[in-house]
Design a protein around this ligand. Structure first.
Ligand SMILES: O=C[C@H](O)[C@@H](O)CC(=O)C(=O)O
Ligand SMILES: [Zn+2]
Length: 282
């Protein structure tokens, strides 16, 4: 199958707090997003966010009728917008006949109304890996590349607390208008391992994390749950985590790593976070 589509239902914390590790993974971890020559899609009921990984090799891969059917439209972006960041080799997106070349770590926004979408890699041996998020939209904003240089750089954390990191805002109101989607990339500095510490909540926006640049034997311990009832998820390279509105989302790696965070929901204010008192974590 070159296109695989799965659905994830929204989960109440009273259920997740009783789950085994395997059940938590089935509901909150996406293990195989980047499978050579395929499009892997997960339709979540958190703000109807669609999370997908596209890894084109010899031939192009397109967003076709399976995803249109999934959202009950003539084509996926009939009433949706799409954002992506390329975490693989160079490649391109062809949108309604127009080609957009994307280097590693380049981002891309496709506005509502785009009908035909194809993905290609320059070199099948080092394929592009397009990490995609799509959310419902109400207006058409211009499609455009957000190069890694266009993203807004923020310096966060401190090496003394092992959380020194650079956070790049790609899909952000200061960079370009979108309906819902916010998207960016955070990279830990060597020797730092903690992301999003101290942790926060934002009940009005869901969030997804795609962890990458994790060496083979390394991993990230991602923390989820209500602050007083946390669970952990062991995350390997290029696995994603769905973060429900009621959940903290932070983690520590066995070394440095990077991740793409993205959000959809009621506002686009990146700084709208309810900080959690770290003394309350259990
Ligand atoms: O709501 C914002 C998100 O949780 C992330 O952007 C946080 C993050 O990447 C970090 O602190 O490193
Ligand atoms: Zn957050």
């Amino acid at each position: 199958m070159t296109i695989d589509v799965r659905t994830r239902h929204a989960v109440h914390y009273s259920q997740s707090e009783r789950m085994t590790s395997a059940e938590l993974r089935e509901n909150f971890v996406i293990e195989d997003l980047f499978v050579a020559g395929t499009l892997q899609a997960v339709y979540t009921h958190y703000d109807r966010m669609l999370v997908a990984g596209v890894t084109p090799t010899q031939t192009s891969l397109g967003i076709g009728s399976e995803l249109a059917k999934l959202v009950g439209a003539d084509y996926l972006l009939e009433r949706r917008e799409l954002g992506l960041i390329n975490i693989g080799g160079s490649g391109r997106v062809i949108a309604d006949g127009r080609a957009y070349a994307l280097q590693p770590m380049d981002g891309f926004y496709l506005g509502m109304g785009t009908k035909e979408i194809l993905f290609e890699s320059d070199n099948p041996a080092a394929p592009a890996k397009f990490y995609i998020n799509s959310a419902p939209a109400h207006a058409t904003f211009p499609s455009r590349i957000i190069s890694s240089a266009d993203a807004i750089e923020n310096n966060l954390g401190d090496s003394a607390t092992s959380n020194k990191r650079k956070l790049y805002q790609y899909l952000h109101p200061k960079v370009l208008p979108t309906c819902q989607l916010l998207m960016g990339l955070t990279r830990l500095e060597t020797g730092s391992v903690w992301n999003t510490m101290p942790a926060h909540l934002h009940d009005r926006r869901m969030e997804a994390y795609l962890y990458f640049e994790i060496p083979e034997n390394a991993f990230v311990v991602h923390l989820m749950g209500r602050p007083a009832v946390t669970n952990h998820l062991i995350i390997r390279n290029e696995q994603a985590v769905l973060s429900p509105p009621w959940s903290i989302h932070c983690g520590a790696g066995t070394g440095a790593y990077a991740f793409i965070w993205s959000m959809a929901g009621d506002n686009q204010s990146f700084t709208d976070m309810d900080m959690v008192d770290m003394k309350s974590l259990k």
